[in-house]
Design a protein around this ligand. Structure first.
Ligand SMILES: O=c1ccn([C@@H]2O[C@H](COP(=O)(O)OP(=O)(O)O[C@H]3O[C@H](CO)[C@H](O)[C@H](O)[C@H]3O)[C@@H](O)[C@H]2O)c(=O)[nH]1
Length: 358
């Protein structure tokens, strides 16, 4: 293992690109379990891990993910809260770390069905953590959210901003964050919590992207209008307390999110203690501005209509991600909203094509 690790230059991104990962090498690479690895962000992470010399092992119940997004990575189908299932995976692959992307993540749905969010996001995660500890796996990277902040009293939002979620989704994620602090103190489980702002974009090569059913997120919905799959985009509220009256969000490219996970993985490997980072560009874009940018990128008119505000939607969420930049050495590569939309547009055209010629 030592010799293999030395021959696998996973700490040097320049060399990583040149690395040819044969099946034999892949089997000896250090394993990372990716819970939810067939979902939007998880599938990009699996790809990046493989390209960086790790061996991603996906666990996923395929409730919202897509098996084909796993590509040729190892996929074990089951529940993260099923202790026997997870135990078997941990025993077989002896992962160094677990990355946890598997969650219910729709703010609106969480308001309607809080029990689903508490069970899927908290109860299942506690089972996963307990199973990890029973098998000596003590490194964990957790996908959290800007929703833990609720209505911000300060923008951009730093990590030590008060956490007062205004919806069950945010409550359930914050509850896991508290559990992670307690598990760290009591059991030595070291974790890095990454609070995402608005994940967006798609793989720059057009082969991976966002595919939720039903889709509720702003950028893919706008692009479905551009491609002709929907008649118009609904703007949820035009009287918010923002300069143009529409909600402001910090859109962060999915590849930049994954790059931060890779840095977090290395930091845990180097012995880092439990901590939390915001992941955002620090740039706010209103719904109006995103629609305008999409019109420029796609060249389509994208008709818009006004709908009432959506329950549980804060008017402004923008990250202060200085900690992640300073401590992880994170530097987002695709901060420009038009680039984010262009990559998502490439993916939407591919989906649209596939729908027309199945
Ligand atoms: O058809 C739409 C869809 C969205 N919006 C608006 O566009 C912005 C972005 O909405 P998204 O649904 O794309 O994203 P959210 O900000 O609601 O959700 C994101 O942030 C949340 C925390 O606030 C959770 O982390 C969630 O998983 C993540 O996708 C919001 O102001 C929303 O009101 C519209 O105007 N019209």
């Amino acid at each position: 293992m030592q010799a293999v690790e030395r021959s696998m230059p996973r700490h040097n991104p320049r060399l990583d690109k040149r690395l040819i990962i044969t099946p034999r090498l892949m089997n000896k690479a250090p394993a990372v379990v990716v819970a939810g690895g067939t979902g939007y962000i998880g599938s990009h992470m699996v790809r990046m891990l493989r390209e960086s010399g790790w061996r991603p092992i996906i666990i996923d119940n395929l409730a919202t993910g897509h098996a084909e997004a796993a590509a040729s990575a190892e996929l074990k189908v089951g529940e993260i809260g099923d202790k026997a299932f997870v135990a078997a995976v941990l025993k077989e692959f002896e992962p160094q770390c677990v990355m946890h992307f598997a969650a219910s993540s729709l703010v609106g749905e969480s308001v309607q069905k809080p029990g689903k969010y508490w069970r899927n996001n908290l109860v299942q995660t506690l089972n996963l953590l307990d199973t990890m500890l029973e098998h000596g796996v003590t490194q964990f990277i957790f996908s959290s959210t800007a929703a833990v902040y609720g209505n911000p009293v300060e923008v951009p939002i730093p990590e030590d901003h008060p956490t007062r979620p205004i919806n069950p989704y945010g409550h359930s994620k914050l509850a896991v964050e508290y559990a992670l602090e307690d598990y760290s103190a009591a059991h030595g489980l070291r974790s890095i919590t990454l609070r995402y702002f608005n994940a967006a974009g798609a793989h720059p090569d057009g082969s991976l992207g966002e595919r939720h059913e039903p889709e509720t997120h702003l950028i893919p919905l706008i692009l479905q209008v551009a491609s002709g799959r929907r008649p118009h985009i609904a703007r949820y509220g035009s009287q918010h307390a923002t300069p143009d009256g529409s909600c402001i969000r910090d859109y962060i490219h999915v590849q930049d999110l994954c790059a931060a996970h890779l840095l977090a993985l290395r930091r845990l490997e180097a012995g880092a203690a439990t901590t939390t980072y915001n992941l955002g560009n620090g740039l706010g874009h209103s719904v109006n501005e995103v629609i305008e940018a999409a019109r420029r990128v796609t060249g389509h008119p994208i008709p818009m209509r006004d709908d009432p505000p959506r329950a549980g939607d804060p008017p402004v969420l923008v990250a202060d991600a200085a900690r992640a930049r300073a401590e992880l050495g994170w530097s987002p590569q695709y901060g420009d909203i038009e680039t984010i939309i262009a990559h998502a547009w490439q993916w939407e055209r591919r989906l649209h094509q596939a729908a027309r010629h199945p």
